[in-house]
Write a protein that binds this ligand. Structure first.
Ligand code: PLP
Length: 368
């Protein structure tokens, strides 16, 4: 029976490709005709290890990950990595300090967590609002910092780097939770990349960590063993029970990305989708207002206010109600920002985005 599906613009956990959901549904009773599902499989079994290895090799292929990098599939989410990164890397240099770029809620949280384990230097003048990336000319990197940290896409505020920060050779760490595999990335420029799967590459429960081998093994002694990269890398992510089902789903999504042209094709599509919405915002003469600087507007999460600068809450409610009647859900902005947020991750189609665009135009015509 055909199931009713809505158009889901959720910031995460987010929409998954239909083919992935159908395959997971098909295999729920019997994976590969084994007579049981991934949910019921030992993580030590050869069948699960095949799934794990396939997921890793697809990821290596899609991101062209150099051989001197380890890939791990961990629990604890992006927030777990806010702790794991300093616990594993802040001891790389004697001073136990780290440089942070703070351009939104998520990098702010990461910096606050890192303060528990060492000194944190915010490399740029403090921002009044999270609507831009401070000019690299204003950054002061600390030469004795163990690493430089930034969040490649701030999910709440819709601020995305369209460049890789220059660090004068310092170890670069990036939280790519909300734009992972939405565009190509040169992994060799990074010491470490992490990303929760539940936006672009799967469902909640698994976080990918890609780390250069020589950075492993400097862990602080208070690091919980499950967050210790050395232990997890040596055990191929199987020190303890991994999030088996989430890894399996990630494998299916990676296969879908590969079959659809890889990260370059995702980028083309994501540029096209986000332009549809930004073009409408830009042409609306302030009726739709996106506060983010044009140079760093996110392709993944588009926050905007409706009616006027700063938003008209009654109109925003009307906009959301109308969207919901048209089968479009999860467009409400993050509670700390208000207004509307449209998340256009990889699995959101051009047609989904065009439907939102058509509705925005209709709403504009009715109210302007
Ligand atoms: N980093 C970014 C960019 C995020 O968007 C999120 C969550 O939305 C996190 C980290 C935290 O992830 P988690 O909720 O999996 O801990």
């Amino acid at each position: 029976m055909e199931q009713k599906r809505v158009i889901n613009f959720c910031a995460g956990p987010a929409k998954l490709p239909q083919t992935v959901l159908l395959q997971a549904q098909k295999e729920m009773l019997s994976h590969n005709d084994l007579g049981f599902s991934v949910l019921e499989m030992s993580h030590r079994s050869s069948d699960f290890v095949k799934i794990l290895n396939k997921t890793e090799s697809l990821l290596r292929e899609l991101l062209n990950i150099p051989a001197n990098y380890k890939v791990m599939f961990l629990q604890g989410g992006g927030s777990g990595q806010f702790s794991a990164v300093p616990l594993n890397l802040i001891g790389l240099k004697e001073d136990k300090c780290a440089d942070y770029l703070v351009t939104g809620t998520w990098s702010a949280k990461a910096a606050k967590e890192a303060e528990k384990y060492g000194k944190v230097n915010i490399v740029h003048p403090k921002l009044d609002s999270y609507t831009k990336i401070p000019d690299p000319g204003s950054w002061t990197l600390n030469p004795s910092a163990s690493y430089v940290y930034y969040c490649a896409n701030e999910t709440v505020h819709g601020v995305e780097y369209n460049f890789t920060p220059e660090t004068n050779g310092a170890v670069l760490v990036s939280d790519m939770s909300s734009n992972f595999l939405s565009r190509p990335v040169d992994v060799s420029k990074f010491g470490l990349i992490f990303a929760g799967a539940q936006k672009n590459v799967g469902c909640a429960g698994v976080t990918v960590v890609i780390v250069r081998e020589d950075l492993i093994g400097h862990t602080l002694k208070e690091c919980p063993i499950v967050l210790d990269y050395k232990v997890q890398a040596e055990n191929n992510s199987l020190y303890n029970t991994p999030p088996c089902f989430s890894i399996y789903i990630m494998g299916l999504v990676l296969e879908w990305i590969k079959n659809n042209g890889g990260s370059a094709a995702m980028e083309t599509l994501n540029k096209q989708k986000s332009s549809i919405i930004y073009d409408i915002i830009n042409a609306s003469k302030g009726f739709f207002d996106c506060p983010v600087d044009v140079s760093c507007r996110s392709r993944m999460n588009i926050p905007f206010r409706v009616g006027k600068k700063g938003g008209d809450e009654a109109l925003e409610k009307e906009f959301l109600d109308g969207a919901s009647k048209r089968g479009m859900i999860s467009l409400k902005g993050h509670r700390s920002v208000g207004g509307i947020r449209a998340s256009l991750y990889n699995a959101v189609t051009l047609e989904d985005t065009e439907a939102l665009g058509a509705y925005m135009k209709e709403f504009l015509k009715e109210h302007q």
